[in-house]
Design a binder for this molecule. Sequence first.
Ligand code: BGC
Length: 550
Amino acid sequence: MTDTRRDWWRDAVIYQVYIRSFADGDGDGLGDVEGIRSRLPYLRDLGVDAIWINPWYPSPMADAGYDVADYRDVEPVFGTLEQAERLLREAHELGLKVFLDIVPNHTSDEHPWFQEALSAGPGSDARGRYHFRAGRGEAGEQPPTDWRSTFGGSAWTRVTEPDGSPGEWYLHLFDVKQPDLNWTRKDVRDEFLDVLRFWFDRGVDGFRIDVAHSLTKDMGYPDLGLEEEGVLDSPDRSNHAHWDRDDVFHIYEEWRELADSYDPARAFVAEAWVYSSERLAHYVAPGVLHTAFNFDFVRAPWSAGPLREVIDTTMASHATVGAPATWVLSNHDITRHVTRYARLEQVAGADIHTGDWEVDVELGRRRGRAAALLMLALPGGAYVYQGDELALEEVTDLPDEVLQDPVWERSGHTLRGRDGCRVPIPWTGSGPSLGFGDGVPWLPQPHHWAELSVAAQEGVEGSTLELYRTALRLRRELDALGDGPMHWIDSAAGVLAFRRDPGFVCVVNIGGAPAELPPHEELLVSSAPLEGGRLPVDAAAWLSTGPGPE
Ligand code: BGC
């Protein structure tokens, strides 16, 4: 049933559809709009409230669609605008809302604006829409600053001027094919408001904002003082030249006003990799954005103390601005949580695809199931990345020659990048791509994913898919879940237990021994069977406790 509340986003569960890898409708090995359309009933039955679709705009695909050449159309390999409009209609008919992904920090270098900037030459108005600068050194042969690309190497690339001479440098915090826009320009701001309107008018319910914390730059272009080659980032970002600057909020105030002018109101979720919960709260302050992914939860190891601390700081910081928290375990940029939790050594901040870890993937799946019950019981909204509900792990052994993430090339083949979490998901146990489509999938799937496919788990008691379905159904049924307060209850070392009123308790055992359950009326669901009435290690349970305390 369609949720008509204006603030539906405060407790929504949103499923991330990574379009390239969700379902392939035309057999070319890449997922597409028709593929998504054919699987909408699956998403409705899963019990999510909305979907977020990664960029589907025309793109040269230098960064899997995060290099946009035209913000008002659909990439032909994914489908047509007409198909997209039908998808929106059908999703709405099934009671599912739809978020798209807006990429405002940069365009593709093949976007008409950048092409115009290249040919218009230094000092032109067209160059002013981006960050073009003269180089340093006698002949301008060195980059203007020491800023680094997130994907490795300098964040500046030198262009050849129309007359053939070596020319200015342009900024790209990501790939060389993703030039950063200059957000001090009114025409840039107006253009994006218009793009938002374009999709809102077609019924899109909201947007995920790509690298929401990087749009504004220090226009004095100071050096960051990065000493070593390869230092990408630092947690100390106070007054940083290009991350998480206070002037970025003005942009979102305008966006919020636009979203609020629609009925039903449209919503935003920020992708902002900031380094404190207090900073994140600025993004979701009144009049700014609605929600922002809480990546501190992703960075926390599978350990009771750090998880509890993240939950507490998140709840406290969001309470100061009256915003709901937004929980997430995995997405298309980070190591799948099954694999993060599979590591025998659990350390903080190990969210990206680096390191040589000893893993026990079955242990990771077990912990992943417990983490899902934890996440879905916490106050606020939550995101499920496609394949989370199947307990998929990161694919860590993709052959070098299939890797497509620009990180692989830009890091000089030292970082393998993010392809391992982007492998097409398995729908059935057989066929050329385990039901993903009729063609050869753009990344090869592990054979054993046949046993994790939707078909293999559907209706199977105790499967991860059925666990998600049950949890999502309960989340809709129980008043205690979703937005609202939570209260920790006393528990043994290594056990997280909290109450949600009325009458609900979530217990997660990350300790060293099976745990006694607190007094309850009914076991609603557990991520693993109880052992002699006790909750085993690396498992979670939802309990109904009857009418709660006054
Ligand atoms: C997206 C990435 C993308 C980057 C540049 C992000 O954070 O999620 O997939 O590579 O922005 O657009």
